[in-house]
Design a binder for this molecule. Structure first.
Ligand SMILES: Cc1cc2nc3c(=O)[nH]c(=O)nc-3n(C[C@H](O)[C@H](O)[C@H](O)COP(=O)(O)OP(=O)(O)OC[C@H]3O[C@@H](n4cnc5c(N)ncnc54)[C@H](O)[C@@H]3O)c2cc1C
Length: 565
């Protein structure tokens, strides 16, 4: 069947704006030649005209996939125009056009870093300088690929119909997005929604329809996962070499290294692939991804890599217990199923305590950040920064950020930092002229136009609220490990993080060499990533530990093979 090109009115739009006529002609040629069949390509030299075009397209209900804008234009900068695009539709991909000649120009580099930090642009794009400039197309295509994940141009793998503001509809969309399953969502009263519902004799929502004709009414995560081809249960009796608990970066790395090195590996994940990292819209500090990578894309790639090497994934299943069995270890799954294994890698991560202020949750990645701040610091030069949290990590982040920012305010509910922060950090904070501590204070509101612009702080003693201008907010109010269900035999620190290697006090018992690196106090049980005591809470370190845990698993297996029966 030949796909019939859509008419201009139906196609999604790519809009480019550049006041340099020569550049604009080249950009227009490249875009029209390569993408003109499936997208409507519009180009203009005027940023104000581009802003008006965007407004009328969005008002008319047209999809805009990508806006490319030169930074240095007379009436409006590219970053300002791209902010307009984001304000109209946050799904639009936004690229800042950079000339090869301006490469290395400090002002342009600063504009890029700042805009990326505050979520103003997705990335920069080097302008094409020859016909069929594949470098230019690589960036444009990856923008369109990202955009099409949530806005499939043709047939979607799943059609979801539900109430627009229903929590369950949102959860299912989130589940599908994080698993990179192309889907279209239609409100119940839209023509498309009504068309799906008219043949069904149900009033229960949401309804999901898959490409192969299955209809699911208010499905559970497991049901939708199964319908989309994800495995949610084991069929026969199987024994594994390693069971990895959790599919965040640490678990995925353990799976890739375990399976590729010949260990029969099972990964059990109770939520969605990618863990915390999967919820990050853009990871910018992971080695090798200069333009950053969305957490869900990184997770999807790693999932495929592990799967190709032979890893078995069990989705929407929770490990509820681990214990010693007759021939090794046994993990119990949420449905009661027990699985035998020789080794276990705990990669079950942490959850960050959320601030719970919805307008600020909506700005995560656009001036609001969970966790530490090292990679954002250089974009905060001259900015007003707030940190919520009174622990040592909040103190270290404050000192680091104060080297760049105009001011840093630490906001804590307690009456003194001494309750939670080391003395040496408190002294450094007191010594810094641009660092202030707001004791007995709480962030209760905030907002901004597409990025953080203000916060509202409440004085917990007087109840008085104050509105303050703010450019960045770092939320560092603690991470909770998921470890309450582990057996007592596995030692944990005061906060529940799992002790491994030299931190284990009792040893795992079998020989003086135990515990191995990353081994817990339970023989054959290893821990990697954020769940581990002393871990660096980063994607790269979780990946490193996941792979290193497999090296110890090998040693464990060798030890078992050589020990007398
Ligand atoms: C919003 C956000 C943005 C971030 N951005 C960055 C960044 O830009 N750069 C960076 O370096 N770091 C970033 N981090 C930190 C980074 O994501 C974490 O350090 C990393 O994900 C830790 O990986 P992990 O595999 O140890 O654990 P997690 O990512 O926490 O994954 C653990 C997984 O285990 C599963 N699980 C838990 N218990 C069970 C159980 N009993 N059975 C089955 N499954 C279970 C969970 O569902 C989860 O999927 C960010 C974190 C957040 C929250």
């Amino acid at each position: 069947m030949t796909a019939v090109p859509k008419s201009g009115e139906d196609r999604s739009v790519i809009l480019a704006v550049d006041d340099d006529q020569g550049d604009l002609v080249r950009i227009s040629d490249e875009l029209s030649t390569r993408y003109g069949r499936h997208y409507e390509v519009r180009c203009t030299s005027s940023p104000t005209e581009a802003a008006d075009t965007l407004r009328s397209l969005v008002e008319a209900g047209r999809n805009v996939a990508l806006v490319l804008a030169d930074q240095w234009m007379p009436s409006m900068t590219g970053v300002e125009l791209l902010a307009v695009a984001k304000g109209l539709d946050s799904d639009i991909k936004r690229g800042l056009l950079v000339s090869w000649g301006a490469w290395g120009d400090e002002a342009t580099a600063k504009a890029i870093v700042e805009a990326m930090t505050f979520g103003g642009i997705d990335y920069y794009v080097l302008k094409p300088w020859r016909i069929a400039d594949e470098f230019f197309h690589r960036t444009v295509t990856s923008f369109l690929h990202e955009w099409a994940r949530n806005n499939p141009l043709g047939i979607a793998r799943v059609i979801l119909v539900g109430q627009e503001r229903s929590r369950r509809s949102y959860e299912l969309r989130n589940f599908l997005s994080r698993h990179r399953i192309e889907h279209s969502f239609y409100p119940v009263d839209s023509p498309e929604g009504r068309a799906v519902l008219e043949d069904l004799d149900t009033v229960e929502l949401p309804v999901a329809q898959t490409l192969d004709g299955k209809t699911l009414v208010n499905p559970t995560d497991a049901e939708i996962a199964e319908a989309c081809g994800l495995k949610t249960h084991l069929e026969g009796e199987e024994t594994f070499g390693a069971v990895v608990i959790g599919s965040g970066p640490a678990g995925l790395a353990a799976a890739v290294y375990g399976a590729s090195e010949g260990i029969k590996t099972l990964v059990v994940e109770r939520g969605v692939v990618g863990g915390q990292a999967g919820s990050s819209s853009m990871i910018r500090n992971y080695l090798g991804f200069a333009r950053g990578i969305s957490g869900s894309e990184l997770a999807a790639q790693a999932y495929q890599q592990a799967w190709v090497f032979g890893t078995t994934f069990l989705m929407t299943q929770e490990v509820t217990a681990i214990e010693r069995g007759a021939g090794g270890l046994v993990v119990t799954l949420s449905g009661g199923r027990r699985v035998a294994t020789t080794a276990i890698v705990l990669a079950n991560g942490v959850s960050y305590r959320r601030l719970g202020v919805q307008p600020l949750e909506d700005l995560v990645g656009a001036g609001v950040f969970y966790g530490a701040a090292a990679s954002e610091a250089h974009a905060l030069k001259g900015r007003r920064v707030f940190i919520v949290g009174g622990g040592n990590s909040a103190g270290q982040a404050a000192i680091h950020l104060a080297k760049h920012a105009a001011s840093v305010d630490i906001v804590v509910r307690s009456a003194s930092l001494a309750e939670s922060m080391s003395d040496y950090l408190i002294k450094e904070i007191e010594a810094a002229s641009n660092l202030a501590v707001r004791l007995r204070s709480q962030v209760v509101d905030g907002g901004g136009d597409g990025r953080l612009e203000h916060l509202v702080l409440r004085d917990l003693d007087s109840g008085v609220e104050e509105r303050l201008e703010a450019d960045a907010l770092f939320i560092m109010i603690g991470a909770q490990p998921h470890t309450d269900w582990l057996p007592d035999e596995i030692e944990r620190d005061h906060w529940g993080f799992v002790l491994t290697g030299d931190d284990v006090s009792s040893g795992s018992g079998s020989s003086p060499d135990r515990p191995l690196p990353l081994e817990t106090s339970m023989l054959g049980v290893f821990a990697a990533g954020d769940v581990r005591h002393g871990s660096i809470k980063r994607v790269a370190s979780a990946v490193g530990e996941g792979s290193a845990a497999i090296s110890s698993v090998h040693e464990h297996l060798r030890g078992l093979a050589s020990s007398p029966a």
